[in-house]
Design a protein around this ligand. Structure first.
Ligand SMILES: *Cc1c(COP(=O)(O)O)cnc(C)c1O
Length: 471
């Protein structure tokens, strides 16, 4: 399997070459040259597989530069009941007739990002050992991504993590999750400033090419193809649990931010998994909902990006969206560049409303969308607790709201649960007046010793810290 860039670069790469990379050299995103097709006989074989073996089968179609036995071992080591809480790994729960929640949030940090990041940690360790190389991951987080990355990379050979976060601005639970890690290869850096300052620092350090090369700086952001690929697996696992045979269509609703999660659903659908509809759920930051309603993709300015009670969906632009648009415009790199380089670069916007391609988003690719507000989330959390005795987090609430607007009789609707309510306790308390339950392993973590350094919002200070801690 070879990978190409959405922006038309002539190079073709293998999986392990793009594993440790971010963007393609021309600024595009990597995609497989073709989507492997899965027929009904294959689906029948896969239906009864344990999750780790299903992951191996799917990953094998995209990874041909890791020996099969090694890849199998990596999957088996990653997707265990010990790490993810159950033998199913992603158990499905029926809320009411035809509406399901797929639990993706029972990993180490209680958000779905663990599903991909845990695999990435093991792939990184494997590939770095094979090359005899090292990697220093530099990131910025306001919550879910940073903790998932740290729990995935802790104790891994050849990898260090330097994670910046805005000092005092994460929830106490999320802070405690990250700062209580005592592993020598994990470095928490609390920046005096806001999340944007952290992101600016990461950009400034990455733009210093000499520093970047000398200290082998890398990232684990959501445009990484390996992360997206790992997420394809749970669409198959959800499908098998929601149906009794492989001729039935299923729809999925996905609480969305950077479009990574739902893009994995798109890939599963392109492979031939019988997905009828993919519902993109957004909050007040509705750049994606606007596109699927109107055909206009209009990136928001920082001042127009709202801080909401589903903060992991607070985006101004969706960094994985380019992958889907590439398929939407018939994989034409010239047209893609027109939209993402020329139009977005000049006007911050592109308009496909009059383009026949836009119609295909719904008709051929099955996309729908929905949007919710803070009040919708509160109402959805209350309703779900009252009628089904089930607590959901505010991101999953965004999903459930959008899902209910897109139900088709006879077609199961699977809503992806992207975080556990304890991670966003303040909103759950606002809705219900009670604290959500906390898994045992997280009892009392706020009181544990914290391992964190404070630094000013200054890239030079962060560079000096990194240099000091790489031997
Ligand atoms: C990251 C995240 C999302 C958004 O996922 P994307 O892949 O960026 O679309 C939604 N919910 C939660 C809880 C998250 O952590």
């Amino acid at each position: 399997m070879n990978y190409l860039s959405t922006r038309g670069h002539a190079d073709r790469k293998r999986f392990c070459e793009i594993l440790l990379e971010g963007l393609a050299p021309d600024g595009g995103l990597y995609l497989p040259e073709t989507y492997p097709q899965v027929d009904t006989a294959t689906l029948a074989k896969w239906r009864t597989l344990p999750y780790a073996e299903l992951a191996f089968e799917i990953l094998s179609l995209y990874i041909d530069d890791i020996p099969a036995a090694d890849l199998k071992a990596i999957c088996a080591k990653t997707y265990t009941a010990e790490v993810f809480g159950t033998d199913e790994i992603v158990p499905l729960r029926e809320l009411e007739d035809g509406v399901y929640l797929e639990a993706l949030s029972n990993g180490p940090t209680l958000a779905f990002k663990d599903m991909a990041m845990q695999l990435l940690g093991n792939l990184f360790e494997y590939e770095l050992a094979r090359r005899g190389a090292e990697l220093n991951i530099l990131g910025a987080t306001s919550g879910d991504t940073g903790s998932a990355a740290e729990y995935a990379m802790r104790g891994k050979k050849g990898v260090r993590v330097f994670m910046t976060s805005p000092d005092g601005r994460m929830s106490p639970f999320q802070q405690a999750q990250m700062f209580s890690l005592q592993d020598a290869n994990i470095h928490n850096i609390a920046i005096t400033g806001v999340f944007d300052d952290c992101q600016d620092i990461v950009k400034a350090v990455s733009n210093d090419l000499a520093f970047k090369r000398k200290y082998r700086i890398g990232t684990v952001n959501s445009i990484n193809w390996a992360r997206l690929l790992a997420q394809v697996v749970y669409y198959f696992a959800g499908y098998f649990q929601a149906t009794a045979s492989n001729d039935k269509p299923v729809s999925f609703t996905v609480p969305s931010g950077n479009f990574g999660n739902v893009c994995a659903g798109h890939v599963a659908r392109m492979m031939g998994l019988p997905i009828q509809t993919l519902v993109v759920a957004t909050n007040e930051n509705d750049v994606l909902d606007e596109f699927f309603r109107t055909g206009v993709y209009r990136v928001r300015a920082a001042v127009d990006t709202h801080e909401t009670s589903s903060p992991s969906m607070d985006i101004s632009k969706a960094s994985n969206f380019e992958r889907f648009v590439f398929d939407l415009v018939g994989r034409d790199p010239a047209k893609l560049r027109q939209l993402f380089v020329d139009d977005l670069g000049l006007t911050g916007c592109f308009d496909l409303s009059a383009d026949p391609a836009f119609k295909q988003a719904a008709e051929r690719f099955g996309f729908r969308s929905g949007r919710s507000t803070h009040d919708d989330r509160l109402a959805m959390i209350r309703d779900t607790e009252k009628r089904f005795a089930t607590l959901i987090d505010p991101h999953t609430a965004d999903g459930l709201k959008a899902a209910r607007e897109q139900l088709t009789p006879g077609v199961p609707m699977v809503v992806l649960e992207t975080a556990l309510p304890i991670k966003f306790a303040a909103t759950v308390v606002e809705a219900l007046g009670e604290e959500p339950a906390r898994p045992k392993k997280f009892e009392g973590i706020e009181a544990l010793p914290k391992r964190v350094v404070q630094l000013p919002a200054d890239a030079e200070a962060v560079k000096a810290y990194i240099a000091q801690h790489c031997d």
